[in-house]
Design a protein. Structure first.
Length: 372
C-alpha cells in the first residue's frame, strides 16, 4: 500500500530544510505554519480567507471537538472537512495537552486519562485507542498519537516516568491506527523527555522503532523559555528521521519559529496570530503594534507598508484603532486576517531563503526588524 503522506526534501541550508508533504487532499509546503481551528473554525475567519493567506493545512483540536459537537456527530455530518468547508489537509492534535492542562480535573492511569469537561463537568475517559478513533471520526489527514505532555518544571525522574508512559501509549496508538486505518491518513508520533537530552534520545529511538509517517517534538512551549527550548532543539530534531516531517507543537512567536526552522523543524502551529488579533495586537515587520494605543487615532498609514494582505491594502491604522475603541467585531476579524498573512509571508520567505542559501540572513533580518 502506498504511504498516505510523502515527504520530499527540496533544499537544505545548514540544518534548515524546505520540502513538500504530499497528501491526498493537497500539498503542504514546508516550513509550514498551521493556523489553529480549535472548534472547527479559525476564529474570525472564513475558510477561503484563511486559504488566501497562504495556509496549506489547518489544525483541529480533538479535545474541544470531542466535547462539542462530538466526533460521532461530525462523522454523521460528513467529516470535519465538509463540516467546516475546508477541503485541504487537516491535522488534529490528540487532545493530550488540553486534557493535561485541566489540572485537578484530571486523573492519569496506565489505561488512559479520566477528566471532567470544562464545559459542563461531565466525566470522560480517553485512552490512546479512543483518541485515535475520535480523530478517525473527524476525518483528519494527519493524526497525532496520544501522549502525556510532561509538566514543567520536571525532575529527570518525573520526566522519565511521563515519557515512558507516552511511549507505551504511542505503541497503542499505532496499533489502534492500523486497526482502524482508512486510506489516506497518516499518524505522527510525539517525542517527549522534557529538557533532558538522554530522555529525548530514548523517546526518539522508541518512536522510530514503532514507526510513524512523521514525528513531532512535544513538551516544549510549556513555560521553559525560548533559550531552554532552543537548547533542546539544538539536538532533538536530528534525533528524528531526516526523511520524515518534523513538527514542533504549539510554537510560537515569529522569533521562535525562525529559530526552530534554523534547527531543522518543518511544521508549526500556534494560536498567537489569531489570539493577538482579537486583543488588538498586530504583527508587522517593524514590530508588534497595539491598535488600542491613542497614537494611532489619526494615523492614516497601513499596518505594514510591505504587507500584501487585503487589510493593509484597504484599511488605515486609524480605522482599526476606531474599531477596537468602539468594540466592533470587524476589528478583531481584520487584525486576525493580517496576522495570518504576516505569518504565512514569513514562512514563504523562509522557504525562498532556504532554496537560495540565505536562511540565517533572512531570520536575522526579520528578527532585527520586527523584534518578535
Amino acid at each position: 500500500m502506498a504511504e498516505p503522506v510523502r515527504f520530499t526534501l527540496h533544499a537544505t541550508d545548514g540544518r534548515a530544510r524546505t520540502g513538500t508533504i504530499e497528501t491526498p487532499r493537497g500539498a503542504i509546503r514546508t516550513p509550514a505554519f498551521m493556523p489553529v481551528g480549535t472548534a472547527a473554525t479559525v476564529k474570525g475567519m472564513k475558510p477561503a480567507d484563511v486559504r488566501a493567506s497562504g495556509a496549506d493545512i489547518l489544525l483541529g483540536n480533538t479535545y474541544h471537538l470531542m466535547l462539542r459537537p462530538g466526533a460521532e456527530r461530525v462523522a454523521r455530518l460528513g467529516g470535519l472537512h465538509r463540516f467546516m468547508d475546508w477541503p485541504h489537509p487537516i491535522l488534529t492534535d490528540s487532545g493530550g495537552y488540553q486534557v493535561m492542562s485541566l489540572g485537578d480535573l484530571v486523573k492519569v492511569s496506565e489505561e488512559g486519562v479520566a477528566f471532567r469537561s470544562h464545559l459542563d463537568g461531565a466525566r470522560h475517559f480517553v485512552t490512546p485507542e479512543r483518541a485515535i478513533e475520535i480523530q478517525r471520526l473527524l476525518g483528519a489527514d494527519i493524526v497525532m498519537a496520544f501522549d502525556e505532555c510532561t509538566k514543567h518544571p520536571a525532575t529527570h525522574e518525573q520526566a522519565a516516568r511521563s515519557m515512558h508512559l507516552s511511549m507505551r501509549w504511542a505503541e497503542r496508538s499505532r496499533a489502534a491506527f492500523l486497526e482502524q486505518e482508512r486510506e489516506g491518513a497518516a499518524l505522527f508520533g510525539i517525542q517527549q523527555g522534557a529538557l533532558f537530552e538522554d530522555l529525548r534520545c530514548e523517546s526518539a529511538a522508541r518512536l522510530i522503532d514503532i514507526g510513524f509517517e512523521g514525528y513531532a517534538i512535544g513538551g516544549l512551549a510549556v513555560g521553559e523559555g525560548q533559550q531552554a527550548m532552543f537548547d533542546v532543539l539544538d539536538y532533538a530534531p536530528e534525533q528524528l528521521p531526516a526523511d520524515r516531517p518534523r513538527y514542533l507543537m504549539g510554537v510560537g512567536k515569529p522569533a521562535d519559529i525562525l529559530g526552530a526552522v534554523l534547527r531543522g523543524v518543518d511544521m508549526f502551529d500556534c494560536v498567537l496570530p489569531t489570539r493577538s488579533g482579537r486583543t488588538a495586537q498586530a504583527f508587522t515587520r517593524a514590530g508588534t503594534l497595539n491598535l488600542r494605543n491613542a497614537r494611532f487615532a489619526e494615523d492614516m498609514g497601513p499596518l505594514d507598508e510591505r504587507c500584501p494582505c487585503p487589510v493593509c491594502a484597504r484599511f488605515s491604522r486609524a480605522y482599526l484603532h476606531h474599531l477596537f475603541k468602539a468594540g466592533e467585531m470587524l476589528g478583531p476579524m481584520l487584525l486576525t486576517e493580517h496576522n495570518l498573512w504576516h505569518y504565512q509571508e514569513m514562512m514563504a520567505g523562509l522557504r525562498r531563503a532556504i532554496h537560495e542559501g540565505r536562511a540565517q540572513a533572512f531570520a536575522r533580518g526579520w528578527i532585527d526588524q520586527a523584534g518578535d
